[in-house]
Design a protein around this ligand. Structure first.
Ligand code: AMP
Length: 600
């Protein structure tokens, strides 16, 4: 798809016409320093002054004219993707823009006025300039929709939080998401296999802990003010300082806003927010610039350590953004003394790292370093265009994205040795009914589970026997038995609890293997291609049932040539979504509803 990505910042608009199938940039242009006397348009070799009075709407129109001209001969622009910084509570997916959506976004904008107001002005200008194609908003906050409550919530009184919608959102989501995908591709793996600390160090800056593909902590909060030292923002400041300034300096809201958004950070410390200039002056002995570099990198290092602790370890530390990509000095200082995390920088590789469109990721860690340190070329326009393309391709083929849903009641996969302990030596399971997955069957035999609090009789065995015992129960079953069963994908049994099993010929306690099955979809490689997903991807599935529609997140995709397309839920989940049971057997009961998949 040929998508025009409009990336509107607080003082610039960058745009690129992108062929999303090949990730190729067909044309690009930008306008910088909007609203200032140095406002300037750039497109390839072309450049011209625009003057202070050029508004964001006018700047967007100039860029759209340029892009339409460039698109002639390349094929018409098929859609426009707009970067919108703040999506608030409601917008956590790319969303088609129309008048009603724009009005809802206006209401959210006071949370990030520096960015949202110009972006919405651009979106309106673009929608009237090219009205006949789809316009899609892609939100910086969306990637952080997975933040757990402990990371989202401030420790403020509940009534205040509820009344004013106070919570942490996180930003730079498109960039952090791009970092996790680009890094994983470079390491020939998937984001679901990695714990990444992603450092976006540009004029705005944030760090995100991406644990196996999901954002679980991020340094920006309700607004883009929290966290790292930035170009013109201070990042973390004791809120008491603001109270003190209100009291002693009699600062009002507008003055505090100006102080925190435009006069602090690197600029406040040194007089400039240009890290290149700060580095040059520091090398010439300028003390404020030296201090700024120390303060800046100390804060980043502090967050890297904290986020490694949040994830119980780190596999990759990634740098992106103008400073992250270009400043070997800052990367060196941010990764000093991280050997205890298994991260050792290779100074030569760090100094020589050069990114280009041909090489978008560079490894700068020592070959012996357990955790990798990488530099990733930010390509926000490509990331925005790709996210929009996913939404638009789903819309154009809704029927092909439907999947059958099956419900798994509690059941047990046992090893042959355990079968014999419970049913007698040499015992062979008897087939009761075949299951949809090739070669699998529900056995005639059942066992009783005995927990510290209660028992569950009639738990169906599955065949054929496996190498390890695995018992799958629901949350409700946990309460009956008085046990905790961690949510795991089948086969992932490390550190799981055991349970006592009772059969007709004996009782035994297995040391581990008790789980609540993670929601998952089985599919063949051709289905995976059709859905645009890969093995181990995490997706959302919307269940359209009558009266109890529900969207399930955290659904793991399992791909194998042996699999038949089917989503598996347990009984609790099925009940919550109002899925009616058929009468196809006790283990897997095919519902009459179907899910619709959304890639995350
Ligand atoms: P961004 O907002 O991602 O465009 O990043 C802007 C920041 O990157 C500014 O502070 C620039 O000074 C900084 N930057 C760009 N190139 C370099 C470089 N070669 N060395 C140090 N900082 C740089």
């Amino acid at each position: 798809m040929r998508i025009l990505a409009l990336n509107c910042g607080s003082s610039s608009i960058k745009c690129a016409l992108i062929e999303t199938a090949t990730s190729r940039r067909l044309a690009e242009a930008r306008i910088e320093q909007i609203g200032k006397s140095k406002a300037r348009f750039h497109a390839g070799e072309k450049t011209r002054e625009l003057g202070e009075s050029t508004s964001f709407e006018q700047a967007a129109t100039i860029l759209l004219e340029e892009m339409q001209g460039a698109a002639q001969g390349l094929g018409a622009i098929q859609a426009v993707a707009h970067r919108i910084v703040h999506g608030g509570e409601r917008f956590i997916q790319p969303t088609r823009l129309d008048k009603a959506t724009l009005a809802e976004l206006d209401a959210v904008s006071e949370l990030a006025p520096l960015h949202n107001l110009p972006a919405l002005a651009c979106a309106r200008a673009a929608m009237s300039f090219i009205p006949d194609i789809e316009h899609v908003a892609v939100f910086d906050t969306a990637f952080h929709a997975t933040l757990p409550t402990r990371a989202k919530q401030y420790a403020l009184p509940k009534d205040v939080v509820d009344r004013f919608g106070i919570r942490r959102f996180g930003f730079h989501g498109t960039s952090h998401s791009h970092v996790s995908h680009a890094t994983a591709a470079h390491l020939l793996t998937t984001p679901q296999q990695l714990r990444i600390v992603s450092c976006h160090l540009g004029n705005g800056a944030s760090v995100t802990a991406i644990e196996y593909g999901r954002s679980v902590e991020t340094s920006m909060g309700m607004t883009p003010l929290e966290g790292l030292v930035m170009g013109t923002r201070p990042g973390d400041v004791d809120p008491g300082v603001l109270l003190e300034l209100m009291r002693s300096a009699k600062m009002n809201e507008a003055q505090l806003n100006d102080l925190l958004n435009t006069r602090s950070g690197l600029k406040g410390l040194t007089g400039t927010n240009d890290m290149r200039e700060i580095e040059t002056r520091a090398s010439q002995g300028d003390e404020p610039c030296r201090l700024a570099i120390t303060l800046y990198s100390h804060r980043v290092r502090k967050y890297i350590g904290a986020y490694a602790a949040v994830m119980g370890g780190v596999d990759v530390i990634a740098f992106t953004g103008g400073i992250g990509e270009n400043s070997a000095l800052i990367r060196h200082r941010c990764t000093q003394r991280l050997e205890f995390l298994g991260a050792v920088l290779d100074e030569d590789r760090n100094r020589d790292a050069k990114l280009s469109s041909a090489q978008s990721v560079a490894q700068i860690s020592d070959p012996a370093s357990r955790a990798r340190i990488v530099v990733v070329r930010a390509d926000e326009e490509l990331a925005i265009a790709r996210e929009a393309a996913v939404l638009l391709s789903q819309r154009s083929q809704p029927d092909s994205l439907r999947i059958p849903v099956a419900v798994s009641a509690r059941h047990a996969h046992l090893s042959q040795a355990t079968v014999e302990r419970l049913f007698g030596e040499g015992y062979q399971l008897q087939v009761r009914a075949p299951l949809s997955q090739t070669g699998q069957y529900a056995a005639q035999e059942t066992v009783t589970l005995i927990g510290p609090r209660g028992k569950l009789a009639g738990v169906r065995l599955m065949g054929p026997p496996r190498g390890h015992d695995q018992i799958e129960i629901s949350r409700t079953d946990e309460f009956v038995l008085g046990v905790d069963a961690p949510v795991r994908i089948s086969g992932d049994l490390n550190n799981t609890p055991g349970i006592t099993l009772e059969g007709p010929k004996g009782t035994m306690t297995i040391p581990n293997g008790l789980i609540t099955a993670r929601r998952h979809i089985h599919m063949s490689p051709s289905d995976a291609e059709r859905f645009g997903v890969q093995d181990h991807d995490t997706v959302e599935v919307r269940i359209d049932s009558q009266g109890r529609d529900l969207t399930f997140g955290d659904v793991t995709v399992r791909v194998s040539p042996d699999f038949t397309l089917e989503m598996h839920l347990d009984t609790d989940e099925a009940n919550a979504a109002g899925i009616e049971r058929g009468d196809k057997g006790e283990l897997e009961e095919r519902g009459e509803v179907e899910g619709r998949i959304t890639r995350k």
